[in-house]
Design a protein around this ligand. Structure first.
Ligand SMILES: Nc1ncnc2c1ncn2[C@@H]1O[C@H](COP(=O)(O)OP(=O)(O)OP(=O)(O)O)[C@@H](O)[C@H]1O
Length: 235
């Protein structure tokens, strides 16, 4: 997947904000890519373009073999639904539905029969270590557990791209590490791309590649993490 010369401006005239100033980026499959940088540097804007939520002002985004910038509105909505999973800082679980019911929502939207969808979602909950809490309501789960349900929901339809925006921002250090460990363990697969926007330097060790941004540009891309993490690799 790649971005070529992607620029995004918000507003016009004196109110114009250049959020992305012509970004080129290759996003590999089979790796966890961390997108880091100071507040306002354009991280959310960049992943919104990659996920087809936002059209760039200029440039092209090739995502999973499709040119998103040339894709029409309805096709893009369907493409997103079928191919992209999202995890946000807020878990956005439906409060009156149990963990397993929340996790199967993308399958119900895709038209799966309810019973089959619940079975599939229960498998994902097992994978994120919540097999025993399938029938709990979100209010009965901790923040970290709710985020794990959100990860199960994001992956239940086997999307080829997982986009996470600050998934650990609302969590304590230990829960943040658990959530990132699960994203690594469950989501990173040879034919899937995973992008995580984070401010949280405590979770840098979970990334295979760290893309550093500032002022709407990519400053540096760090690769070559060892199994022992970035610090041990001398970065
Ligand atoms: N809808 C919008 N209208 C106007 N300006 C916007 C809009 N969305 C973002 N911006 C501006 O674009 C720039 C990049 O914002 P963006 O949210 O992509 O940064 P970010 O790196 O994700 O920040 P944070 O880490 O604080 O979430 C910022 O200056 C922001 O104020």
């Amino acid at each position: 997947m790649s971005l070529r010369g992607v620029a995004k401006e918000y507003g016009t005239g004196e109110a114009k904000v250049v959020a992305l100033g012509g970004v080129d980026l290759e996003i590999p499959y089979g790796e966890l890519v961390l997108l880091v940088g100071p507040s306002g540097c354009g991280k959310t804007t960049l992943i919104s373009v990659v996920a087809g939520l936002l059209d760039p002002t200029r440039g092209e985004a090739e995502v999973l073999g499709h040119n998103l910038t040339r894709m029409g509105g309805t096709r893009k909505v369907n493409f997103r639904g079928a191919n992209i999973g999202f995890v946000f800082q807020q878990y956005n679980l439906l409060p009156t539905m149990t963990a397993v019911e929340n996790a199967c929502v993308p399958l119900l939207i895709a038209g799966w029969p309810r019973k089959k969808a619940l079975v599939k979602a229960a498998g994902l909950l097992e994978a994120v270590g919540l097999g025993g809490r399938a029938n709990s309501l979100p209010s009965q789960l901790s923040g970290g557990q709710q985020q794990r349900v959100a990860i199960a929901r994001a992956l239940v339809h086997e999307p080829r791209l997982l986009v996470c925006d600050e998934p650990t921002a609302a969590l304590d250090a230990q829960s943040g590490r658990t959530v990132m460990g699960l994203i690594r363990q469950v989501a990173v697969q040879p034919d899937r791309a995973v992008i995580v926007v984070t401010h949280d330097s405590r979770v840098y060790d979970f990334g295979d590649r760290i893309v550093e941004m500032s002022d709407g540009k990519i400053d540096r891309i760090k690769t070559g993490r060892t199994e022992a993490g970035w610090n041990a690799a001398g970065h």
